[in-house]
Design a protein around this ligand. Structure first.
Ligand code: RTP
Ligand code: MG
Length: 137
C-alpha cells in the first residue's frame, strides 16, 4: 500500500464540487485515511509550494491557495501516487483527458481543482506538512 497527499483546491471547494470529487476518489478504490478543511495562510501556502519559489507563477499560485478554504487529504491505495495523478489529469484542464478531475472541475491552469503529490519524497513532505500520525485512521 502507498500513501499520497491530495488537495481539493479553493476553486473546487468554493464551487461545491468537493462531494463529487470525494465520491470519485472512493469509487476509484482509494481509502481516505486523513481529511480536513483548512484555510491556508500565505506563509503556509509558500511553505507548501516551496519547490516552486523561483517560478514566475509562484506569487499567483500561493495567493490562490490562500484565497479560500480547501480540503486536504491523505489517500491510500496500491500505486496511490501515480493513480491519483492519473485521476487528476493534466495540470492545464484544457489538456486533461475526459473523465479526469481537472477536465471535469478545473477552470484554468491556475484554478485546476486538485493537487496531488508527484513522487514518494514529495508525498512524505506534504503529508507531514498537514497531518500528524495521530490524525490518520
Ligand atoms: P499540483 O502541484 O498543484 O498538483 O500541480 P502539478 O503538479 O500538475 O503542476 P506543478 O508543476 O507542480 O505546478 C503547481 C501549480 O502551479 C500552477 N502552474 N502554473 N502558468 C504556468 O505555467 C503554471 N504552471 C503551473 C498550476 O496551478 C499547478 O497546479
Ligand atoms: Mg506539482
Amino acid at each position: 500500500m502507498e500513501r499520497t497527499f491530495a488537495i481539493i483546491k479553493p476553486d473546487a471547494t468554493a464551487a461545491g464540487d468537493a462531494g463529487a470529487i470525494i465520491t470519485r476518489i472512493e469509487k476509484e478504490g482509494f481509502k481516505i485515511i486523513g481529511l480536513k478543511k483548512i484555510h491556508l495562510s500565505k506563509k503556509q501556502a509558500e511553505g507548501f509550494y516551496a519547490v516552486h519559489k523561483e517560478r514566475p507563477f509562484f506569487g499567483d499560485l500561493t495567493d490562490f491557495m490562500c484565497s479560500a478554504p480547501c480540503i486536504v487529504m491523505i489517500l491510500e491505495k496500491e500505486n496511490a501516487i501515480k493513480d491519483w495523478r492519473d485521476l487528476m489529469g493534466a495540470t492545464n484542464p484544457a489538456d486533461a483527458a475526459e473523465g479526469t478531475m481537472r477536465k471535469e472541475f478545473g477552470k484554468s491552469i491556475d484554478n485546476n481543482a486538485t493537487h496531488g503529490s508527484d513522487a514518494p519524497e514529495t508525498a512524505a513532505y506534504e503529508m507531514a506538512f498537514f497531518f500528524s500520525e495521530l490524525e490518520l485512521v
